[in-house]
Design a protein around this ligand. Sequence first.
Ligand code: SAM
Length: 263
Amino acid sequence: MTSLSDSDTATTAVVSALRAAGCVFAEDEAELILGTARTPDELAAMVDRRAAGQPLEHVLGWAEFHGLRILVEPGVFVPRRRTEFLVDQALAQAPGASVVVDLCCGSGAVGAALAAALGNVELHAADIDPAAVGCARRNIAPYGGHAHVGDLFDALPAALRGRTGILAANVPYVPSDEVGLLPAEAREHEPLVALDGGGDGLDVLRRVAAGACDWLAPGGCVLVETSERQAEDSVETFRRAGLTTRLAASEELYANVVVGVRD
Ligand SMILES: C[S@@+](CC[C@H](N)C(=O)[O-])C[C@H]1O[C@@H](n2cnc3c(N)ncnc32)[C@H](O)[C@@H]1O
């Protein structure tokens, strides 16, 4: 069967439409859209949505993350490639973890990536936003994961206390008065609760640090992403919470991850 992407005419039309709408990577995006659309009508609708400014991943319905294809539904935070660094840090810190919690899970990309790499784990993902939890539930189902709605640790089953080997928490960390400076794709298509980290951006991070030790197994680790500017305060917050703490940075991915370990 001929796919839509086999037609030069269709490719040229999609590239032109995306270019006219200001998409910088029109050729790459056209290839992804053409490879995802199943019918000409679906293709036209996807091009229209992208031209109207929706994030490419919402238009496609998926994002690539740590070698996985993660479903991303409209209104759910799009997993960023830089967050793959947090996953790698978690795997390096706790390669034998058997209980994994993805707190502030969004699509569940982090939890899915950890479970895919670790193999047989007990996986829990939680988020305050029911739309995110619905999406995460689908992404972690192949790994037998459980998804929960609620405010940070309140969402988790009590049986996880003191047993968690990896607590990954990609919390929102944009300072409130900088949310307006984010690209329109984020501001207009991702929920505020996924972006806004409060006055200095560290409100949710502080609450995660304060609660982490209760949920970690001895030797278990908690990881958060932060910005370069916030890194020192973030590390200090983890230390004050009683965690043995280090900062990991990737220049290539422009990522900073704070890793705290319960002794
Ligand atoms: C930056 S997004 C990260 C999503 C996902 N972990 C990822 O890396 O793609 C932050 C997520 O935290 C969730 N969130 C914000 N405040 C929360 C809270 N108090 N309790 C639980 N989840 C929260 C948001 O709904 C959003 O899905």
